[in-house]
Design a protein around this ligand. Structure first.
Ligand code: NI
Length: 192
C-alpha cells in the first residue's frame, strides 16, 4: 500500500476522459484501489477518482463515514469501489451544495447536482453494483464520476461568486443570488 501524489487542477490527467477498465478484477486494479483508499483516508477525503492519482482509468472510491454523515444529516455509506461506473439522473430536481476537491485545494464552491440518481458499476471482485442514491450520497458519486470525464466541480458551477477560499468562510458562507432551489448548508471540506 502507498499514499499516492494527488494531481491538482491544471494537470492534463484531470482534463482528459479516463479509459474504461477492460478487466475490473485484474490484480493491478486491486492494488490501485488499495492505494487510492489509503490516499483518500490520509488526505482525508470522502472520495477519490483514479485520475486524481495520475491514473487515467475509470475507477472511483468513496465512503460516507458515520461522523461525516451526521454533519451532512444523511445516512452513512460503507466503503464503495466503482469500476466503470455509469450514472443516470432520476428526475430533474437539483440542489446547490458546498463541495471541495483534493485537486482544488483551499477552495470550496456551491455546485448544483441532481438530487436523485441511479448508478451502476462493477467491483474489483467482479460483482455488479446497482444503487439508487439521494442527497449527499448522490452528490459524492456525481462529483467523483465527473473526474472520470475530465470535469472538476468549478466547471459545474452556475455562480462563480460562490467559489471561495475555505479559510474565508469564517466570515460566513455567501448566499446564492436569487436562488430558486433549496440550498443545503453542507460541507466546506474536501469531497475528493
Ligand atoms: Ni474531486
Amino acid at each position: 500500500m502507498a499514499i499516492l501524489k494527488i494531481a491538482r487542477m491544471g494537470h492534463p490527467v484531470l482534463r482528459r476522459a479516463a479509459d474504461p477498465v477492460p478487466d475490473p478484477t485484474a490484480p493491478e486494479i486491486k492494488r490501485l484501489v488499495a492505494d487510492m483508499l489509503e490516499t483518500m483516508r490520509d488526505a482525508p477525503g470522502t472520495g477519490l477518482a483514479a485520475p486524481q492519482v495520475h491514473v487515467p482509468l475509470r475507477v472511483v472510491v468513496f465512503e460516507v463515514a458515520e461522523t461525516r454523515a451526521q454533519r451532512e444529516q444523511t445516512q452513512p455509506v460503507p466503503v464503495t469501489v466503482l469500476v466503470n461506473p455509469v450514472i443516470e439522473p432520476l428526475g430533474d430536481d437539483g440542489t446547490l451544495g458546498w463541495e471541495g476537491c483534493l485537486s482544488v485545494p483551499g477552495l470550496a464552491g456551491m455546485v448544483p447536482r441532481y438530487d436523485r440518481i441511479r448508478y451502476r458499476a462493477t467491483t474489483p471482485d467482479g460483482e455488479a453494483i446497482d444503487r439508487i442514491a439521494e442527497g449527499f450520497h448522490a452528490r459524492v458519486v456525481q462529483h467523483e464520476c465527473d473526474h472520470l470525464d475530465g470535469v472538476l466541480y468549478p466547471q459545474r458551477m452556475t455562480d462563480l461568486s460562490l467559489l471561495v477560499f475555505t479559510e474565508e468562510l469564517r466570515h460566513g458562507a455567501p448566499e446564492p443570488r436569487g436562488a430558486k432551489r433549496g440550498v443545503e448548508a453542507t460541507t466546506k471540506e474536501a469531497l475528493s
